[in-house]
Design a protein around this ligand. Structure first.
Ligand SMILES: Nc1ncnc2c1ncn2[C@@H]1O[C@H](COP(=O)(O)OP(=O)(O)OP(=O)(O)O)[C@@H](O)[C@H]1O
Length: 258
């Protein structure tokens, strides 16, 4: 259970802008994600969804804009303070960045890398008993405790994605940033992961932002949708307000080519 008591949104982004080679890919992007909420990021290829999450996670540097995590302005911080504040947001990718030859448990322990000083490798020798117990609890939360000692490379895609979520939980993040978490999964496994993300939002009070390419999954599991069009927010509202008219705006070929 997330125990952070900040009253505001877990993630607040204001006036975010980003260019690559003088080409604007994000322009004046404002949004927030609250605890207890699953927000789906929708939009055509190249509309800026991943770049938005990467800016929040610190994987790319925005040109301008402010990012607040749990009420803390990242721009005010440097060095270890910045690393610690950033660790409040954990990224879960489509291409699951786990170490296949290590066990699920060791991979989950590695989620603590950004918050535990004193270990700098995936070597189990660095993992304390307390950390292992916490990692086991995280695996239990995603329904993978019985596979803790299996090497990740032997798990299915859906199971690996669960381990990746457990690693994010072991980071003690309050914000989960999931970039196409179900794109590589079969429909059944995709539903299971979406159900897990919704449970973490609704029952464990995490703020979850998930980039999805399946509007129907967003409509089934998300509370709110943010639609990006050419790097700008074209829709931000309750999921039930996301009708076919808005989906046409986000995905129609003429607009994408515009
Ligand atoms: N490292 C980079 N260097 C140059 N251009 C980039 C880089 N990363 C992204 N872009 C460009 O920024 C734009 C937005 O990309 P981004 O990956 O954020 O879009 P997306 O909405 O997530 O797309 P998709 O649905 O295809 O994953 C695209 O035009 C892309 O080519």
């Amino acid at each position: 259970m997330n125990t952070t008591q900040n009253a505001g949104p877990a993630l607040s982004v204001k006036s975010l802008a980003k260019s690559y080679n003088q080409r604007h890919v994000l322009d004046d992007v404002d949004f927030s994600v609250n605890r207890g909420e699953l927000v789906a990021f929708l939009g055509a290829n190249g509309s800026g969804k991943s770049t938005t999450l990467k800016c929040v996670a610190g994987l790319t540097t925005p040109d301008t804009g402010s990012i607040e995590l749990d009420g803390v302005h990242l721009a005010d911080l440097h060095g270890r303070d910045l690393t610690r504040a950033r660790s409040r947001a954990a990224m879960v990718f489509q291409k699951i960045h786990l170490v296949p030859r290590r066990t699920a448990l060791d991979n989950v322990c590695a989620g603590a890398l950004s918050r535990v000083s004193g270990f700098g490798s995936l070597s189990p020798a660095f993992f304390s008993r307390e950390l292992r117990e916490e990692a086991m609890a995280c695996l239990d939360r995603v329904g993978m405790a019985d596979r803790a000692l299996d090497k990740v490379g032997r798990l299915s895609g859906g199971q690996q994605q669960r381990v990746a979520v457990a690693r994010a939980l072991c980071q003690r993040a309050s914000v989960l940033l999931a970039d196409e978490p179900v794109s590589a999964l079969d429909p059944h496994a995709a539903e299971n992961i979406m159900e897990l993300l919704a449970t973490l939002a609704h029952e464990e009070n995490l703020a979850v932002a998930a980039v999805l390419h399946q509007p129907e999954l967003a409509q089934r599991y998300a509370d709110r949708a943010i639609g990006l069009l050419h790097g700008r927010i074209a829709f931000d509202g309750p999921i039930q307000n996301l009708g076919d008219d808005f989906l046409d705006v986000l995905y129609s070929p003429e607009r994408i080519a515009a």
